[in-house]
Design a protein around this ligand. Structure first.
Ligand code: NAG
Ligand code: NAG
Ligand code: NAG
Ligand code: NAG
Ligand code: NAG
Ligand code: NAG
Length: 452
C-alpha cells in the first residue's frame, strides 16, 4: 500500500514537471490602503491619549520566562518526536505551550528577527525574535474570556534571557461619537468576523509586515507601541473588553497594544473558491520572510493543503518576491503600485514557510502529527518558473513560517521557525551550513533519505 502511494506521488511529480505552468507576474500587485490617512490620524489620536514605549523597554520589562534547551532532546521532545536537535531552541512558558482547560486559545504562526529589521542585527543594543499568534476560534463555548475574538498578537522574545512579552495588535478607528478606539484584528474589520490568521511576519526597519491571508499585508510601526499600565485610564485586568469603553482603554487584559498604520492589498480580483488552482488570480498570503541577497525583498507564499493539491504541482501554491526600499523600510513602488518582480510555482504542497537566499529557496512543510520537512531547492535565476527540490531535511512537528538570520558577515547562518501545535511548540533554528553534515543525519535539521 505504502509503495503504491509513494509510486503515484513520484509519478505525478515527474508528469507534472512537464505540464506545469509558471505563475503570471500580473497577478502579483498590491496597492496602499484607501484608509491610510484615516489610520494615521487615528494613531495620532492614540498618541495623545496613551503612554508609549519602545522595543528595548518591552524586552527589559518582559513578563514571561521561556526556556532555552540545554541538550539534544530539547526543552520539548513532544515537538521533535524524539529526534535530536543540536542547534539552539526555546520553549514558551507553560501558559503558552499547551491547552488551557482542553481549549487552545492562541496558535503561533509567524517568525521574524532583528536580523530582518536591521543588517546590523541590533535594535538599540538588543536582539529579539518576534512571533505572531492568532486567536483560534473556540470549538465550543467555554464561558470564559477565551470565547472573545482577540485577533492577533506578537511576542517579543529575548534570546539572551529567554524572557518574552506579548503585545496585542489592534485596528484603530473613530467610534460613532468621534472618539478614538480600536478593535482586535479581523479578516474584515467588522464585528462578527474571525481573527486575522497572521500566518507570517517580517520586521523590516521601523515596520512590521503581517500577512493578511486573503489580501496582502497589514502594516504596524515599531515607534507606535502603547502601554495601558502607564496610561491613567488604561485597564489591564478586564479580559473581555477591548477599545475605549466607559471612559477607559481596554485590550482584553493585555498591557501593550500596537495599532495598524496601513495595509497593502491585492489589486487583481481574487476568487476564493479558486484558491490553489490554476488561474487563481491574486495570491494568498500565508507566510512572509525577508531576503537581503543583492537588493532587499519581502517573500510571500501560499499554503495549499496536501489534500487540495493531491499531488498536482499546479495546485501546490506560489511564492513571490516584493522589492523593498532600504532607505525608508517601505515598499519600492512602480507608478504607485507594489509589484512582485519574481514569482515561482512551489515544488510540493503543504508549504508553511519559505525564504530565498542566494537564488535557492528553503521551504518548511508540515505533515500533521508527524515530523515536518525542510526542503532546499536548486537555484533559480529566472523571474518566473517552477522550483525544484534539491534536498530534504527533518523538521519538528507542525513547523510554520521561516525566517533567515544570516551571520553578521553575510554567511548562510540559520533558518528560524516555530512549531504550532499545542503541547508540541518549539522555537528553533536550523544552521544552513550544517544541513548536509552527516553527523546530523536523521536529526531535526539533518538529512532524510527521501524527498517526499
Ligand atoms: C541524541 O543525542 C544523544 C546525546 O545528547 C546521544 O546520546 C544519542 O546517541 C543521539 N541520538 C541519535 C539518534 O543521534
Ligand atoms: C502595572 O504597574 C504597577 C506598578 O506601576 C504594577 O504594580 C502592576 O502589577 C502593573 N500591572 C500590570 C498588568 O503589568
Ligand atoms: C469563482 O470560481 C468558481 C469556480 O470556477 C465559479 O463557479 C464562480 O462563478 C466564480 N465566482 C466569481 C465571483 O467569479
Ligand atoms: C544562478 O546563479 C548562480 C550565481 O548567482 C549560479 O551559481 C547558478 O548556477 C545559477 N543557476 C542557474 C540554474 O542558472
Ligand atoms: C508534552 O505533551 C504532554 C502530553 O500531551 C503534555 O502534558 C505536556 O505539557 C507537553 N509538553 C509541553 C512542553 O508542551
Ligand atoms: C547537500 O547534499 C545534496 C545531496 O545530498 C547536494 O545536492 C548539495 O549540493 C549538498 N549541499 C552542500 C552545501 O554540500
Amino acid at each position: 500500500m505504502t509503495f503504491i502511494l509513494i509510486f503515484v506521488t513520484i509519478f505525478n511529480w515527474i508528469w507534472i514537471l512537464e505540464s506545469v505552468t509558471a505563475p503570471n507576474l500580473i497577478d502579483f500587485q498590491l496597492r496602499s490602503s484607501p484608509n491610510h490617512a484615516e489610520l494615521l490620524n487615528c494613531v495620532g489620536k492614540l498618541n495623545e491619549k496613551l503612554a508609549k514605549l519602545g522595543v528595548k523597554n518591552i524586552l527589559l520589562q518582559a513578563n514571561r520566562q521561556g526556556t532555552k534547551s540545554t541538550n539534544a532532546k530539547t526543552c520539548n521532545p513532544n515537538a521533535t518526536l524524539k529526534r535530536n536537535l543540536t542547534s539552539v531552541s526555546y520553549c514558551f512558558n507553560p501558559s503558552d505551550s499547551s491547552t488551557i482547560g482542553g481549549n487552545v486559545e492562541w496558535m503561533p504562526q509567524g517568525v521574524t528577527t532583528v536580523a530582518d529589521a536591521r543588517s546590523t542585527q541590533l535594535w538599540n543594543t538588543k536582539r529579539a525574535i518576534l512571533i505572531t499568534w492568532y486567536d483560534k476560534k473556540s470549538e465550543k463555548p467555554t464561558n470564559t474570556d477565551a470565547d472573545q475574538i482577540k485577533g492577533a498578537r506578537v511576542t517579543f522574545f529575548d534570546p539572551e534571557t529567554s524572557k518574552y512579552q506579548h503585545v496585542l495588535l489592534v485596528y484603530p478607528y473613530l467610534n460613532n461619537k468621534g472618539e478614538i478606539t480600536y478593535m482586535s484584528l479581523r479578516t474584515i474589520q467588522k464585528d462578527g468576523y474571525d481573527s486575522l490568521h497572521a500566518g507570517g511576519i517580517v520586521w523590516y526597519d521601523n515596520y512590521l509586515y503581517v500577512a493578511d491571508t486573503a489580501r496582502g499585508f497589514r502594516i504596524f510601526d515599531m515607534r507606535q507601541i502603547f502601554d495601558l499600565n502607564k496610561t491613567t485610564n488604561g485597564d489591564t485586568n478586564n479580559k473581555y473588553l477591548i477599545g475605549f469603553q466607559n471612559g477607559k482603554f481596554y485590550a482584553h487584559g493585555y498591557r501593550y497594544i500596537m495599532p495598524q498604520i496601513n495595509d497593502w492589498s491585492n489589486i487583481i480580483p481574487r476568487n476564493s473558491s479558486m484558491t490553489c488552482r490554476v488561474n487563481a488570480g491574486s495570491p494568498t498570503f500565508s507566510f512572509v520572510s525577508l531576503d537581503r541577497t543583492d537588493s532587499d525583498h519581502l517573500i510571500s507564499g501560499e499554503f495549499c493543503a496536501d489534500k487540495t493539491a493531491n499531488g498536482d504541482l499546479e495546485k501546490s501554491g506560489r511564492v513571490a518576491r516584493w522589492p523593498l526600499d532600504k532607505q525608508t523600510g517601505q515598499p519600492k513602488l512602480t507608478n504607485g503600485i507594489w509589484k512582485a518582480d519574481s514569482a515561482y510555482r512551489l515544488p510540493i504542497s503543504n508549504i508553511q514557510g519559505a525564504v530565498s537566499f542566494e537564488n535557492k529557496w528553503y521551504l518548511s512543510r508540515s505533515q500533521g502529527a508527524k515530523n515536518g520537512f525542510l526542503y532546499k531547492t536548486k537555484s533559480i535565476n529566472s523571474t518566473t518558473g517552477i522550483l525544484q527540490i534539491e534536498n530534504s531535511y527533518y523538521s519538528s512537528v507542525g513547523p510554520e513560517d521561516l525566517s533567515h538570520w544570516p551571520t553578521i558577515d553575510g554567511k548562510a547562518g540559520g533558518l528560524w521557525t516555530v512549531s504550532e501545535h499545542a503541547g508540541k511548540r518549539l522555537l528553533y533554528v536550523c544552521n544552513i551550513d550544517q544541513l548536509n553534515n552527516s553527523n546530523q543525519f536523521g536529526n531535526i535539521c539533518g538529512e532524510r533519505n527521501s524527498f517526499f
